[in-house]
Each structure stands twice: as C-alpha cells, then as structure tokens.
Write a protein that binds this ligand. Sequence first.
Ligand code: ATP
Length: 357
Amino acid sequence: MSIAVQGLKKRFGRFQAIDGVSFVVPSGELVALLGPSGSGKSTILRIIAGLEQPDAGNVKLFGEDATGQPVQARGVGFVSQHYALFRHMTVRENIAFGLETRRVSRGEVRERTDELLALVQLQGYAQRYPSQLSGGQRQRVALARALAPRPKVLLLDEPFGALDARVRQELRDWLRQLHEQTQVTSLIVTHDEHEAFEVADRLVVLNRGVVEQAGPPQELYERPATPFVAEFLGSVNLLSGRAVRGSAVVGDGMPLPGEVLVPDGPVTVYVRPHDLDIARAHNDGTSWPARVSRLVPLGALERVEVGLRDGTDLQIELTRERSRELALLPGDDVYVTPRESKVFRLDLAPLECASKV
Ligand code: ATP
C-alpha cells in the first residue's frame, strides 16, 4: 500500500477532530476522502503531508514509517484550494520552482517543465503570469508544480473548490485523464459526492473524525454500511417501520418486500428514488397505495412526488419512457413498489445492524 494511515488521532484544544482513523490508498490509485465540512478531511491530509503532527497513530508511505519525518523528506506533492502560485513568477518559473531548489541542471529543468506544460495542456502559456490566467488554468499550473519533482504521492485538498461549477466539471474530467497518464498515487479531499464518484477509484467516507465506510464508489452507493453513508451518497427516502422476525412493515402496516436482517424493533428504511417503481394497479399485496402530488421533469428522468396513506412523502425517479407509459397526473391514485432498500435500527450502533439483501 502506498499510503497507509493507522489509528490517527488529533485534538485541537478540547475538540477531538480525528478519532482513530485508519485507511489505505493502494499504489497507483486515486482515492477520495469524502465528508461534510468539519469532518476532519484537511487535517488528515495535512498529517499525511507532515504539516501537522498526530496525537496518536502513524502514517506509512510505501511501507516506511513517515510519522516523524519532516515535510521535505516525505516525497509528497500538495495542492490546495487556494492558488498558491508565486505572482511575480511566470507559469514556467512557477512549475520549475520545485526543481531548482533541488539542484537539478538547467537543461533538465527545461525539459521537465516542457513535459509538464504539455501534460497540463498549457504549452502556450509558459510566459504568462498567474494574474493572466483563469482560475482553472491556475490550478492546472499548481498541479504541474506539485508533480514537477516526481512526488511519490499527490495530495489534493479541495483543488477545485474555488472554481465555478462548469470549470469544476471540466477539471474533474481532466484530473481523471491526468491520473491515468501519470498513475501517481493520489488522495483528493472533497465534500462533493459527485466529484468523488467521478474521479476516484475508491472512497473513504468520513464523519466527525471517524471513517464510516471505505470502498469502491458503487459498492458504497449500493451497500451503505451506515445510515450516514446512505444519506450522504445521493438522495434517499426515509420511512419509519418495524422489523419482526426477519421481515418489516412501514408506515401504517405496509409490507416491505424481502428479508430483513436486523433485530426486531423500530427501523428506518432507506430507499433511493430510482429504486421505487409505480404501477396503476395493485400487485400481489406488497405494493403501497399512494397519491401523486407533483411531477418534476429532470431531463432524461422524471421525478414523481407521491404521498403515502400515513402522510409520508416519497420521491420517485422514473425513466422518461416509464413515465410516458404511465401518463401520470397530480391527484392520480397509484401503487408504489420498492425494488431495493436498506434497513437500519437507528437506536443501535451501525455494526449491530445489517441491510436487506
Ligand atoms: P472543510 O471541508 O470545511 O475544510 P474538513 O473536513 O477539511 O472541513 P478540517 O479542516 O480537517 O475539516 O477540520 C476538522 C475540525 O477541526 C473542524 O471542526 C475545525 O474547526 C477543527 N480544526 C482544524 N484545524 C484546527 C486548528 N488548527 N485549530 C483548532 N481547530 C481546528
């Protein structure tokens, strides 16, 4: 494993910012550290870079304990949200900066800088100053500068956080391509689950200084281990219910199809909007009577908002074809069937709960 953190803890005053964090970033992968604001993402990145010392735990880079090493000895490239370029230096000089301090020959510096300008697609911009670049171009220069000394690992702290939505999107695609080309082991911090899904091979989801779950994006989306992960990764409907001997009912006694693997008691059922289907007619007794309240076109999909008998509102996403087939109107009486759901006992610790299969 290229980056392995084990049992990291960090307290600021009386506030426990990081509380026993362990995860790995396999060699050559791009992993996203994802979580809400204040969950401790930047602190972890700064500890890996050597900018912050943990109170407990250790950081291994390529098998070697780096916990006590100074920043310069770690071979880490770091890019932050705020453009950290030198304003009085050209793009070429900015990129070359990290090489010149390492006593590399002038010829080599020029060659490596040309290579990086090509890599970040800014060949024509070598003589410009940062003030003559767009925000997106500046972040590309910052990345080139971080990559110049051939770091062992690249750490990116919300690198596109200050850019507008369209530029962010372009840079995500670009970052993924860049990663395919360079294969540098990278850890990117983001609070945006769409960004994490688009760029990363694996996610580490953080909440209040603790890892909730780690794994490939699709696995976390489909099999969230905790209610937090289910809610943080994409939209989800929540229904109250009750588990009794391996099955569950929701609302005022409507059956939840399938087996439920949680202890008997009050449960919360998590259903993604696209995991609910609508029919005009009642099926074999497992569908839920509902009334359509609103239809919202979303391009390729349509969002149908319905109310169940007990007053619970649900959001359902249908493909445009399915929606056309059903020709729904507000006020229509329909039947809703969940195809897939996750059941949690919120009154128990997450590990005591299991999800429906
Ligand atoms: P954001 O997405 O908002 O940057 P984050 O997940 O990166 O958040 P951190 O910046 O790691 O979170 O901060 C975690 C917690 O630790 C926050 O509550 C923050 O206020 C606190 N914190 C971070 N650095 C310090 C510090 N130097 N002194 C005191 N508290 C700090």
